[in-house]
Structure formats: structure tokens, C-alpha cells
Design a protein around this ligand. Structure first.
Ligand code: GDP
Ligand code: MG
Length: 798
């Protein structure tokens, strides 16, 4: 029987996995292996995907994927399944005759830099790596994002007992195969950066699955310490673990920690230093036994590799042999330059086939089974499960949140609350900042003589930067919500309940999270697509994210909706957001049809237990966003406002050069002076925009949205400021430049047009391709023009 046929509440045992290799591997590293019990817990509101409970945690799986997992009721499965090797099978490394393992390999890490230790944090998503990172590096230390690579890694450092410890927080992965961008990134980091010590964050109450990654670190023979994190949760469940013994069996020291409460960190750091100095008693290199069939192929291949003098030294021979047997692409490319590579390749291809026929499963599955067997055996001797049900609360909340009737209304209510808070609550601090900049402008203009410099400061810098800075409160509130939803575990549920709908667009539920974040800012949204394993889904999500109306577009919408549709401004706003989502959906379907064929990556996603978000984590998240925004204001926006000011201030009117110092930018541009560079540019491009009913001033507004969408309003502020009207809204309405028709076309155009430069840069970075960035620019602009034209034309017919 198929797993998908299981009804909510029923339990069965996995007997077979089918489907293609990538699917099996993915599903296996998440705990779906032969002999494991699975329970169907809850259907999502639209019946698909389903929440399953396996290996002590919850995971979401689509029905058609669950159909590839064959299960049997427990009694029948017992008869069907021959027991897998479920005892700790391992041996010490053969390089070192000592049964204690390879002391030869675990010598001190480095002789060059005596007191500097490079540490990498690896672990499953949600194992508390970032919490650990923050607790260790502390807020006083520098925490910086570095980009330019596929995935974010954060660096921090601390001083401890005379050592400088540099820590890198790597993205979460379930294994270090080369399956998702994160996994590739982690593997490359370990290979290229060669950190001295690895801290492997592990969820203490979910060891079985978490230790899978640890077994890969064992294969890689890296100096590792396991942080048994969330030890508080383990204790609360009543479970006990003899971690000293477990660590001894695995050859890796294990330290209990509670990252959230900064507990156990000193001991962890002491162990890091011990490992670095080669003084730790627990660490030794063990060989996990992959069974006689596999081992009989591994041994000769290892010997062949051993003889080569050009084998990369980062990882041990056995690891490379294992990866070659698995036909691992990444390893193949790492070894491709070796002299004997073709020889090894030929051997491993034959061996791969041989193993498959002899075992009846492919190499990857056999290796996975053996790893889980090893973990199982080790846990049987050291772990006693608790009797307290710690997941009751999570189950209760999920029954509500993913309820057939309540799931969607709750979700919509939350979204409504979020946007309302952003707009309503944000309006107060916004006004204060506005006043502050207004006051600053007045102070400067009264303190300085009139002239170019004063105009630059007041109208250029203070006015331009001020009009952007006022949105800081809104952005902070938006991120407060996003951060709370992420930290509590609700985001994963949003993906769970939205998966069915996203599936219609050819995407995953996971794509939904970046889309929501896109309402805040497209740049982090594009980066957030990193959690999507499938390359095509990820690319599509990246390309449609710019259609999510970011917060920078909001001021333009508010301004124009208020000026031209005063009676139904909120409706216009909502329609615009909906239009963005519709265009995104259509684009996704189009890309799926034309460019990318069906997506083969499974939708497996962990549904973590609900956890109370901590105040420090939330504040830190908000501060990070605040800092990013301020940096943007200080760089791109400042520079652009100066350029825009320059273009609209010069050249000075020729008529009275003598008194030019008395003429302000406003008069030049908004008056009848056609001389400024800005108006020349606007007029040169304006013919393209005429079919949309837009003149050169509107065109300038559009052009200035390229560096940052926030600039539209500040530019229009310069173009339309006048003495006779009270505010910008009224002066635009009174100018006669726009009719409701053309205003609507303008709004639609701004909504869909060229994502800002920062987003285009993020797209180029995340897709590793200028081509897709360029595609995004051209496609979005074309769509914007066509949609704007349609709106204008249809508006004319009505
Ligand atoms: P990452 O994905 O591995 O970086 O994990 P995070 O650091 O983001 O943590 C995931 C969740 O676990 C957050 O909600 C944390 O507040 C929570 N968490 C982290 N460490 C602990 C811990 O030691 N105990 C408990 N109870 N929760 C923790
Ligand atoms: Mg993290």
C-alpha cells in the first residue's frame, strides 16, 4: 500500500522507496527509510500536501510524492523486512593501527597561526545554528553578511582564553551531498576554506535524523564537536542520553547546549580549543561499515586512490572512494584533474552497477541505510526516549492553523493585520521623521545664503533622502511580522497550506515565503528563495518576485490613488497588489510552459514545532533590516538624489546668469524652463510613454525609479512643488498632467516596471547569470508597458 493512502491518524512502516534518485536521496536524508514508522497526521486545508510524522518530527509531503513510498501495517512489515544492520558497526581507520583511531590525523590543527581558530557551524535547518552563532559571537562583535556567493554565510568572532575564534554560520542542510544550493555551498566551504574545527549543531531531542549529517562529517574526517542543542527540550520530554558514551562510539565529542539561554557555551569552546590543539581524548576517526558488498568495492578503489599523489588532501581517501561509488557529480569535478581519474571513473561505474544488482538497491540508498543503521545502533545503547508528550501543543495549534475551514481565513486575517499595522502604526513615526527632515531643511535654508550649495543640501540631499527615510518605520514593522512568523514556525505552515495553490503555478509552497517577503523588499525576497531546492522553481520564483509590490512602491500608489481616485483609494491599492500577484502567477505558468519542463524535486519540508520567538532574536532581525535600509539610504539613494539634483539644476537658465543663484531647482524644472538636463532626458524618452498618456515629467519619475523606487516620489516632489497648492498630492492633481486614465496607467507601469537596481543585482547574483537579470529587466519593462497601454486604452473606452 502507498503512504498516500494512509488516513489521518494511521501509522504504517516504510518498506520501499521508488521514484528517481534525487527524490529517494532527499526523502532518505529526511528520515524516510526502510523500516521506519510513519504516521499521517493532518491534511492541509486543500487536502494536499499532508503532514506526516516520521523520526520524531513533522514533515510536509505531497500526495503524489507520498505515493512513491510503499508502506505496510506494522505486523505485515515485520514479516516483510529483514532487519537492517542495527548495531553500531564501525572500525577504526586502517591508516592507524591503534584501535583508538587516527591519532596521526588529529594532530594540532595549525602550526602557523597559533591562536586563531576558524570554526564553521553546520547542522540541519532549525537546529539553532544562528542562535548558537549569536550567543557565541555576541552582539558586540562584528556580524556581517557577505554576498557574492550563492548562499549567505555570516561571520563573527570572539576572544576566548587567549584565542581568537572566527565563526562562520553556514546555511542549514540535511546532508552535505550536492543536492541543493545550500548543500553545495557548505561542502565547498569545508573543502576550500578548510575550517580548523566544525561545530555540528544537533537537535538533542531528534538525534536520529540530525546525526545523519554527523555521519557525513565522520566520513569527511573533520575535526568536529557536536553541540547537543535544545538540551532543555530533551530534558523536558523526560528522555535521557549518555552523550559521553555516544560520543565515544562516534569518535566525536558531544556537549549539551541551550543556545537560546547561552548555556553550555564555555564547555563547547573549551572543546573547540582542545580539538584545535589536538588534545581531545574523544576524537578519533572511525569507519562506518557500509556492509560487505559495498566494502568489497570500497577497499580496492580506496587503494587505487591511495596510490595517487595528486589526490586533494582535504578529505580522506575513503571519502573520495565513497563519493566516486555514489557517482557524485561534485566529487567527480573535484577529482577530474587527477592523473588517474578516468581509471577510477571506469572502476566506480562498474562497481556501481555491481552493487546495485547484488543489493537490489542503488549505492546511495545502501549507504543511507547503513548510516541510519549505525546511528540506530549507537542510539539504542545510549538513548532512552521520554514519556512526556512535548508535541501536544504543536499538534493542537496545527489543527487550528491548518484546519480545513479555518486555515485560510486565519492566514488572510494575519496578512490583513500585518498590512494594517504597517500602514496605520507606521504612519505615526513616519510623521515624526517627516517633521524632523522638514525642520532640518528649514534650518539649513535659513542658516545658509541662497545658491547652488544651499539648493543641493535642502532640495537635493535633505529632501531626497528624507522622502525615503520616512519609510523606515513601515519597513521595521513589516519585518517584525516576518521575523515573528519565521521564528514561531508559522511561515512553514503558510507554505504548507499554500502549496496546493502554488502548485497550480508550477511552484512549491516554499515559493510562497519569498513572495510574501517581496511585499517588504524584493532584495531579501530574492535571497530567501535559497530554501527552494529545485533550480527551476527557484529561478521562476526569483523572476516573479519583482512583481510583488514592494514597500517602496507604496508611497507612489498612495500619492496617486489619493490624488485621482480619492473615493476608492484603498480599493485601488488592493487592485494593484492583486494585479502584481496575477502577473506573477501568469509569468510563472508561462515560464513553466515555455522554458522549464516539469519540476522533479519533491516538496518535502520540515514543519518545526512551534516555539516562542525570543525578544533578542526579533530585535536583532529588525536591527539588521534597519541597518541595511540605512546603508541603502546612505549609498544608492544619496548618490542618486545628488545626480538627480544635478541634472535638474543645471544648466542654469541663460537669460539671467547673473541672478541664477536666486532661482531654485523647483522653479527651473516645474516652471517653463526646458533647459535642465533632466527635462531634456525626459523629453527624449517621453514619446515612448505617450501611448500611455504620460508626458515628460511622468517619464522622469519613471526613470528615477530605476535606482530605487522610493525616488519616484521625491522626484515628483521636486517637479511638482508649487507655492499655490498645499501638498504634493494637490499640486499633481492640479497640474493637468494626469487624468485618472493616465494616472492609472502610470501606477500600473510603476508597479510592473524594471525592478530597482538592487533587485536586479540580487537576481544576477542569485541566478549566477547576467542573462536572467537582463531578462528580468526587459520582460518586466515590456509587461509594464503593455499593461499600462491596456489600462489607458480600456480607460478610454469606458
Ligand atoms: P538555525 O536555522 O539552525 O539557524 O536555527 P535558529 O537559530 O534560527 O533556531 C531555530 C529555533 O530554535 C528558534 O526558534 C530558536 O529560538 C530556537 N532555539 C535555538 N536554540 C534553542 C535551545 O537551545 N532551546 C530551545 N528550546 N530552543 C532553541
Ligand atoms: Mg539560521
Amino acid at each position: 500500500m502507498k503512504l498516500s493512502e494512509l488516513k489521518n491518524g494511521e501509522t504504517a512502516v516504510i518498506v520501499r522507496l521508488s521514484g528517481h534518485g534525487g527524490f529517494r536521496k532527499r526523502i532518505m536524508e529526511m528520515g524516510f527509510i526502510r523500516g521506519e514508522k510513519v504516521k499521517s497526521v493532518l491534511d492541509s486545508p486543500m487536502h494536499d500536501p499532508v503532514k506526516y510524522h516520521v523520526m520524531g518530527y513533522d514533515v510536509s509531503l505531497r500526495r503524489n510524492e507520498a505515493a512513491m513510498i510503499e508502506v505496510l501495517p506494522e505486523e505485515e512489515a515485520k514479516k516483510e523486512l529483514t532487519p537492517v544492520n542495527s548495531f553500531a558497526c564501525h572500525s577504526a581507520c586502517e591508516n592507524c593501527n591503534s584501535s583508538l583511531g587516527c591519532n596521526c590525523i588529529y594532530r594540532p590543527a595549525s602550526t602557523k597561526r597559533k591562536n586563531v581558530i576558524d570554526v564553521a557551524l553546520v547542522g540541519n535547518p532549525n537546529s539553532g545554528k544562528t542562535s548558537l552563532f549569536n550567543a557565541l559571537s555576541g552582539s558586540s562583535e562584528h556580524v556581517g553578511n557577505y554576498s557574492g556567493v550563492t548562499v549567505d554565510a555570516k561571520n563573527g568572532s570572539l576572544s576566548y582564553k587567549g584565542y581568537r575564534i572566527n565563526i562562520t554560520d553556514l546555511p542549514g542542510t540535511y546532508s552535505i551531498s550536492a543536492y541543493s544550493p545550500e548543500e553545495r555551498y557548505v561542502r565547498r566551504h569545508l573543502f576550500e576554506q578548510q575550517p580548523d574545527v566544525i561545530i555540528n549543531a544537533v537537535v538533542a531531542s531528534n538525534l536520529e535524523r540530525n546525526l545523519y549529517l554527523t555521519t557525513e562529517l565522520i566520513d569527511m574526517n573533520l575535526r568536529t564537536v557536536v553541540a547537543l542543542n535544545m538540551f532543555d527540550e530533551l530534558e523536558a520530554s523526560g528522555a535521557t542520553i549518555d552523550y559521553g558514551h555516544l560520543g565515544g562510539m562516534m569518535g566525536i565529542p558531544m556537549i549539551p547546549t541551550v543556545a537560546k539561554a547561552s548555556k553550555g557555551l564555555d564547555k563547547l569552546l573549551d572543546t573547540v580549543i582542545e580539538l584545535f590543539e589536538g588534545e581531545n581524548k574523544t576524537i578519533r576517526h572511525i569507519h562506518i561499515n557500509y556492509g560487505s558488498v559495498m566494502e568489497s568495492e570500497l577497499a580496492p578503489l580506496s587503494q587505487m586512490l591511495h596510490r595517487a599523489d595528486d589526490l586533494p588532501q582535504q578529505f580522506p581517501v575513503r571519502y573520495w572512494a565513497l563519493k566516486l561509488l555514489e557517482q557524485d557529480k561534485e566529487a567527480q569535478s573535484s577529482l577530474a584533474s587527477c592523473k588517474d581519474f578516468t581509471l577510477w571513473q571506469t572502476y566506480s561505474q562498474t562497481a556501481h552497477k555491481k552493487i546495485h544488482t547484488r543489493l537490489g538497491v542503488d549505492v546511495e540508498t545502501a549507504i543511507g541505510d547503513a548510516k541510519y543503521g549505525f546511528i540506530n545502533g549507537a542510539l539504542q545503547e545510549t538513548f532512552t526516549p521520554g514519556n512526556k508528550d512535548t508535541q501536544r501543543q504543536t499538534r493542537r495549534i496545527d489543527r487550528l492553523v491548518a484546519n480545513k475551514w479555518l486555515g485560510f481565513p486565519l492566514f488572510l486575517a494575519l496578512m490583513w493585520l500585518m498590512f494594517t499595522a504597517v500602514f496605520r502604526l507606521g504612519a505615526y513615526p513616519q510623521e515624526w521623521i517627516e517633521n524632523l527632515f522638514g525642520w532640518l531643511g528649514e534650518a539649513v535654508s535659513s542658516a545658509m545664503p541662497q545658491g547652488a550649495l544651499q539648493d543641493l543640501l535642502v532640495n537635493g540631499i535633505i529632501g531626497g533622502v528624507g522622502s525615503v527615510a520616512v519609510f523606515l518605520p513601515q519597513i521595521l514593522i513589516l519585518y517584525l511580522f516576518i521575523s515573528l512568523m519565521e521564528d514561531s514556525g508559522y511561515m512553514a505552515r503558510a507554505a504548507f497550506i499554500m502549496d496546493r495553490i502554488m502548485h497550480r503555478m508550477g511552484l512549491h509552497g516554499k515559493s510562497f515565503i519569498p513572495m510574501i517577503m517581496g511585499f517588504g523588499c524584493n532584495v531579501p525576497a530574492v535571497m530567501a528563495t535559497r530554501t527552494i531546492e529545485s533550480r527551476s522553481s527557484r529561478l521562476i520564483t526569483i523572476l516573479i518576485t519583482p512583481f510583488m509590490s514592494c514597500s517602496a512602491r507604496l508611497p507612489v500608489m498612495i500619492l496617486f490613488a489619493g490624488a485621482f481616485f480619492p473615493k476608492c483609494a484603498p480599493t485601488v491599492l488592493i487592485l494593484l497588489y492583486v494585479l502584481g500577484v496575477l502577473v506573477a502567477a501568469l509569468t510563472a505558468r508561462l515560464l513553466r510552459k515555455v522554458k522549464f519542463k516539469a519540476d522533479e524535486t519533491p516538496f518535502v519540508m520540515e514543519l518545526p514545532p512551534y516555539r516562542m520567538p525570543t525578544l533578542t532574536a526579533t530585535l536583532r532581525h529588525m536591527w539588521e533590516k534597519c541597518e541595511q535600509y540605512l546603508r541603502k539610504i546612505g549609498t544608492v539613494i544619496l548618490a542618486s538624489t545628488v545626480i538627480i539634483w544635478f541634472l535638474s539644476y543645471y544648466p542654469r537658465p541663460a537669460a539671467d546668469t547673473a541672478s541664477t543663484d536666486n532661482v531654485t531647482t523647483t522653479e527651473i524644472v516645474a516652471g517653463n524652463n526646458d533647459g535642465s538636463y533632466m527635462s531634456m532626458i525626459g523629453k527624449a524618452i517621453a514619446p515612448v510613454m505617450h501611448p500611455l498618456g504620460l508626458n515628460w515629467r511622468a517619464t522622469i519619475g519613471i526613470i528615477t525609479s530605476i535606482p530605487a523606487k522610493e525616488l519616484v516620489v521625491s522626484t515628483l516632489g521636486v517637479l511638482y512643488s508649487s507655492d499655490s497648492e498645499e501638498n504634493l498630492q494637490e499640486s499633481i492633481a492640479a497640474s493637468g498632467d494626469f487624468t485618472p486614465r493616465s494616472a492609472a496607467a502610470f501606477l500600473v507601469f510603476i508597479l510592473l516596471f524594471f525592478p530597482c537596481i538592487a533587485t536586479v543585482a540580487a537576481i544576477a547574483e542569485e541566478t549566477h547569470s547576467r542573462k536572467w537579470a537582463l531578462f528580468s529587466v526587459v520582460y518586466n519593462t515590456a509587461v509594464a508597458w503593455i499593461a499600462g497601454y491596456l489600462v489607458y486604452t480600456i480607460g478610454g473606452l469606458l
